[in-house]
Design a protein around this ligand. Structure first.
Ligand SMILES: [Zn+2]
Length: 522
């Protein structure tokens, strides 16, 4: 009889804490790491890791795959990167709570949802994901946009006391049902219509529920530091851990702004706040095309916006405000995905190109695209500087996270490559090519650092007793293959991935074993 269920034999172990690599054999029993030894171990199943690096499975703190995983539980794009846990419900968007499923479907359409929408709360959503038997773990956060939609619809107005109480109850209920965080997306409707009083109330509810506060802050351009300061104030008052999502300085005139933002984070940490940030290793972001519109144009939700754009006077007012200036010029805004319709073949083209082909300006082209695709279009914006991205990646309080969602190897459009390559790209480009950070430090940013944001001691680290979520890869060849112009390529160099001791990926391919689940608490 074998002593262990699985043995990872003869690899170089990087334990996730930042410690130096050591040669070691790993014995796994009943889903946990049972022994790490300098001597060979005997197991029922052996993974030959000679020449390979053995690390904790990667924890992606910032995913939007909650809108896709039910339809694509195999999670190919994540397994090829060594990702074993996706933290979802980010930027204020979560697939629960639901008061009006049709409204939720349309307001999250740019995330390409493939969901049943047949639940109303966190428990129902988790049961649906568990029933789909995902290959990797999912962590749910409850999103401010979803909570606000459920109570107030998509309207542009301030919350009254009844609204505040009802929204806080929904945050509390999500926490009781296993959500691990509360997120805001303060550039998106309807979250953008909130004031600091509303956020204080809800972050306070999150704090009482023990949730992480994750935030896509109000401004990532000229007012970046104001927005970071607001997030810090809210987390302090609410008593939450704080996660500043996808930290960046966007817009060509704002480059260099990340230094002041990181200083604020350091000062808050020194003053006692449990604060961190995350970053994806690319100089382009991706979001919905509607972010080019003035926020009042989205009052009432997607259907109301489309109706408004059908009114000539309102349409002219929207165009006038759009023409007053955009942080990212139209030649740097690429269509990523628009679904079926008139502009379906335009993925990969810039707004400027489309405008020129149609003989109009980019504001008019934007409204035409939204009209032709029911308000549903995602874009890639080339708006960051390589120096800023490197500065953020190198900072010790910054985790690696994708902000992605694609889970399938093939598909439509030109999605941002971060869904396919975030984790290998940090190692290929920022560790091997640039030497910006060491390999153990990069692994820490993908494992124990994100685990600490969730208050987890038994994931994100390789030690006896920890959950056996493990990645085994060739550290010399592990690399992203996905680019902005040709994104549909899986990462290369991953050898094996274990989820709770089950072999989900072996010999460079998924095994079909789907041992993931929704993690409620650790
Ligand atoms: Zn975001």
């Amino acid at each position: 009889m074998s002593e262990f269920d699985v043995v990872i034999d003869g690899g170089i172990l990087i334990d996730g804490t930042g410690a130096e690599p050591v040669p070691a054999h790993v014995g796994i029993r009943q889903g946990r790491i049972a022994e790490i030894s300098a001597h060979p171990l005997q197991g029922a199943h052996t993974i030959d890791a000679a020449g390979m690096t053995v690390t904790p499975g990667f924890i992606d703190l910032h995913s939007h795959a909650d809108f896709r995983v039910q339809g694509h539980p195999q999670a190919d794009t994540q397994l090829h990167q060594g990702v074993t846990t996706l933290v979802t419900g980010n930027c204020g968007f979560s697939p629960f709570p639901i008061a009006d499923a049709e409204r939720m479907r349309t307001s999250s359409a740019f995330l390409e949802p493939e969901l049943g929408w047949d639940w109303t709360d966190a428990a129902g959503y988790a049961a649906a994901v568990d029933a789909a038997e995902p290959a990797i773990n999912i962590v749910a956060q409850v999103g401010h946009n979803a909570v606000r939609e459920a109570v107030m619809g998509g309207d542009q107005r301030l919350a009254d006391d009844d609204d505040l109480a009802a929204m806080a109850t929904l945050v509390q209920k999500a926490a009781e049902q296993g959500a691990q965080g509360f997120s805001t997306g303060l550039i998106y409707a309807p979250g953008t219509y909130s004031d600091e009083r509303e956020l204080q109330h809800l972050v306070g509810a999150a704090g009482r529920g023990g949730l992480l506060y994750s935030t896509h802050i109000r401004n990532e351009g000229a007012r970046l530091t104001d927005a970071v300061a607001e997030a810090i104030r809210l987390a302090r008052a609410g008593g939450t851990r704080l996660q500043i999502s996808h930290l960046k300085s966007a817009g060509l005139g704002n480059h260099g702004g990340v230094h002041a933002a990181l200083d604020l984070i350091d000062e808050a940490a020194e003053a006692g706040l449990d604060v961190a940030a995350d970053v994806y290793p690319y100089t382009a972001s991706s979001t919905t095309l509607t972010t080019r519109l003035p926020t009042w144009a989205l009052d009432g939700g997607t259907r109301a916006m489309l109706q408004r754009l059908g009114d000539p006077a309102a349409r002219e007012k929207v165009l006038t405000e759009m023409r007053q200036g955009q942080a990212t010029p139209a030649d740097r805004v690429m269509i990523a995905h628009v679904g079926p319709g008139r502009y379906a073949q335009m993925a990969g083209q810039s707004l400027a190109q489309i405008a020129e082909e149609e003989g109009v300006d980019d504001a008019e082209a934007t409204l035409r695209i939204l009209h032709a695709h029911d308000g549903n279009a995602s874009v890639v914006l080339h708006s960051m500087s390589p120096d800023d991205v490197a500065t953020v990646i190198a900072h010790p309080k910054v985790a690696v996270a994708s902000d992605g969602w694609v889970l399938t190897p093939t598909g439509e459009g030109r999605p941002h490559p971060r869904s396919f390559g975030t984790f290998p790209r940090v190692i290929a480009h920022y560790v091997r090519q640039l030497g910006l950070i060491s390999l153990p430090e990069a692994i820490r940013k993908m494992t124990s650092l994100p685990a600490s944001r969730l208050g987890w001691a038994n994931r994100g680290v390789l030690r006896a007793g920890a959950v056996a979520d493990v990645a085994v890869f060739d550290a010399d060849t592990f690399a992203d293959n996905s680019t902005f112009t040709d994104p549909w390529h899986l990462a290369g160099g991953m050898h094996a991935v274990l989820v709770a001791g089950q072999v989900a990926f072996d010999g460079g391919a998924p095994t079909g074993v789907r041992a993931g689940r929704v993690l409620r608490s650790e």
